[in-house]
Structures are given as C-alpha cells and as structure tokens.
Design a binder for this molecule. Structure first.
Ligand code: ZN
Length: 408
C-alpha cells in the first residue's frame, strides 16, 4: 500500500468540444502519451468540485478538493490571499486583496494595475500599520501589482463591497455595507477613510514622483476586493492523520490555499503561473518533496488562463507541456498520484463552467479500470464514477490505509 499522495491540480483543464479541433476538447486533441499511460494504470472518473451544476471559483473548488467544505471554510478570497502572503489573521480580522492602481484627479481609473507595476513594496510600506479610529491596517505586497490587507479592530464585518469598478474611466466606488449591521457600516466607513488617506499619501510620495518623471503611471490608489472574515481552519496534518503536507504553486491564490490549510509552501524558481512556467522544475520538486512530506499539492495554472482567453490552440499546447513534464511522475516511489482540475474553463465561454473535470488516481491498490486515455470523455466510463470534490480526500485516505472504522 502506498503511504504518500501527490495531488496535481491543472487549473481549468476541463473544456467542451471545440469545432476547430474536430469537436475534440483541448485535452482530447492534445498528444498526451504520459497522461494516457497513467490512465491505463489507474482508476478514473469525473468530478464536480462543488456539486452538480455548481460553477466553482478556483478558491472554493480547491478547498473542497482538499476536503475543506467551502460552505464551512470559505469566507471571501481575501482571507486566502493574505494567508499566502504570510499575513497572520486573528479572530475578528477582515482580510482583503488589493491592486495598486492609477487614478486621475477625479478618482477615475486610469490603469487598474498601475502600468503592471512589478513591485508594490515601496507603496505598501507607506500604508502598513496605519490606524484610524482604533482600527489598524496591515498592508503587504503581493506578486506584481497585488497587495494584501488585514483590518484589525473591534466590531468589524466582512459584509462590505469592493471599491474596484474593474473598468478604466470609471470613478472608484465607495465601499458600502452589504447588510444592515452596525459592524458592516463601521467597517465600510473606516475603510473609506483609510482609502482616502492612503490615496493622499501615495499621491504625494517620492516613489510616485519618480514613476511619473519616468513616464510611468503613479501607483496612487488601492483597489480592494474579496473581503473575508477570519475563521478557524484546522491544519491539514490535524485533519488528516498527521500527514505532513506541502504546496508547490506559482500563483498567489494557490500558495494562499496551501497556507490557509496549514501546508508548507515550497518555492520553485521558474514557477510563474504563466504559460511559460517551468513545469518540469515543479515536478522535479515534487519528487524531492516526497522525501520530506506525505502529501504534495502541486498546482499548474495556465490551462485556465488560456481557456479564459478563448485560446484553444494555446490550451492544447500547454496541456502537451504538462504531459511532457508528467514523465517525471510516472514512477513515484511509495505514492499515489492524483491528476485532476479544479473546474472546467471552456474556450468557447472564456470563463468557468459547471461541467465536471477528469480525475484519475494511480498507484498501488487502486482497482484499475478499462480507461486507456486521460480526457473528459474517456474517464466518463471510469471506475470512480462521479465524485463531488469533498469525496476525493476520503477516497485517498482509504487507499493509503488512513481511516477510522465506522461501526464495529
Ligand atoms: Zn481555477
């Protein structure tokens, strides 16, 4: 019996038939000898990460796949992103994710990403630790134009709206309470004061004077969204029989998922979450990590982004790159390998959909089914049938012999 698990999540891998590909999905059209070889040795099926007919976000789907039911553990993307930045969340805190953007004198959006600024740390440092009416604001840089914000104080609520209109030329929105509670009203009011003060400070700072002098858009406004409230999340090892878990991911959200569930984050140079990401470097790190960890969560992003661009050719080609690197996963010592996706991102829709995703489990003890290829249609007849995301971890615990007998 295997004692370890590698969970590979290929973001947005699932798709629908593409006419230009002869009505095949990008995964069906891609040449995937390694994934097909694995399918022939494994048990396969389809998975609805949240439930039938429910269209998953990447955050909720990952929580469910890792066995943290999103209905209990999800409270806005902000909480997950700040966890990935190593920011501590305490009882009563509100967490938000943000962008450094550019606004004009009338607070209309000029550029939501301040000219795709690569480092927000000179700006977040000016805001970090600010206090307004007894509420403290912690602000840390994220990747590229992003930032994480934790709001700490008595009587706060995450029931507040975003201020990011997502559209150039539109004035930034005021943060508004989403319910009638005094907590939401107070949080919205204090956030608006913070954002106005932050804008004054950013607009006048040296770093922005230098940017403007160099012809770059000023990083002069904090665009915030995804407010979430602290909740206790039992760490992975506590939830799963002491298994030591790690996370290998390039994207901030996925590092956040790892941190949120108490995994150790492993950095891999070249893991960019973009189509040029070094997938071989990631899978090499997976093999090394099995020396120190019992559970390795590895995330590959770009199939989703290419699907959102409607780029079926790019998605097919990226899948072939995953397959080529999957050569490194063919013979994992003492480990089950799971290959799946968090949701479907059809190129035709350019957004997530509720179509189920392929899943396969390969390794000692699995009841190998007759499926010889890894794609949406082939695995539909596989031995796992249809899973809900939260079924996956119990299935895996069974296969590595970690379970409690129910009854006698
Ligand atoms: Zn996703």
């Amino acid at each position: 019996m295997a004692s370890k698990i590698v969970l590979l999540v290929c973001d947005g891998l699932g798709d629908r038939p593409v006419p230009e590909l002869g009505d095949k999905t990008p995964l069906e059209a891609a040449r995937t000898p390694n994934l097909d070889r694995l399918a022939a040795r494994g048990i396969t099926g389809l998975m609805h990460s949240l439930g039938r007919g429910l269209t998953p976000g990447s955050d909720t789907s990952h929580l469910n796949i890792l066995g943290y039911d999103y209905r209990e553990y999800y409270s806005g993307r902000g909480t997950i992103e700040v966890a990935g930045l190593g920011m501590e969340l305490r009882h009563g805190d509100v967490a938000l994710r943000g962008n450094m953007g550019t606004v004009d004198a009338e607070l209309k959006i000029v550029d939501r990403r301040a000219g795709r600024i690569t480092d927000t740390s000179p700006f977040t440092a000016l805001l970090d630790g600010m206090e307004i009416e007894g509420v403290k604001f912690m602000v840390k840089p994220g990747t590229a134009h992003r930032a994480g914000i934790v709001v700490r104080g008595d009587g706060l609520s995450a029931k507040v709206t975003d201020n990011d209109p997502h559209e150039p030329g539109v004035k930034v929105w005021e943060v508004k309470p989403k319910d009638d509670s005094p907590e939401a009203a107070r949080t919205a009011a204090v956030l608006n004061k913070f954002l106005a003060r932050a804008h004054e400070i950013l607009d006048a700072c040296e770093a922005n004077k230098m940017r403007v002098a160099a012809g770059q858009p000023a990083a002069n406004y904090l665009l915030i969204r995804g407010a979430g409230f602290y909740r206790h999340v039992p760490p992975f090892s506590e939830r799963y029989f002491g298994l030591k878990a790690c996370c290998i991911a390039g994207g901030g959200l996925y590092k956040g998922i790892g941190a949120y569930t108490g995994m150790t984050l492993l950095d891999v140079p070249g893991a960019t979450a973009l189509p040029d990401s070094d997938i071989r470097a990631k899978f090499t790190r997976v093999r090394e990590a099995l020396n120190d960890f019992d559970f390795v969560f590895v995330h590959v992003k770009a199939a989703d982004s290419l699907g959102e661009d409607g780029n079926w050719k790019g998605k097919r080609d990226f899948i072939e790159r995953i397959d080529e690197a999957a050569e490194l996963l063919l013979d994992l010592p003492d480990a089950l390998l799971v290959v799946t996706a968090d949701h479907t991102t059809p190129c035709a829709l350019k957004k997530h959909s509720a179509d189920p995703v392929p899943v396969m489990i390969v390794g000692e003890g699995v009841r190998v089914d007759g499926v010889m290829a890894y794609n949406e249609r082939a695995v539909a007849s596989g031995g796992l049938g249809r899973l809900i995301g939260t079924d996956l971890m119990p299935e895996l615990m069974n296969l590595i012999g970690k379970y409690k007998l129910i009854g006698a």
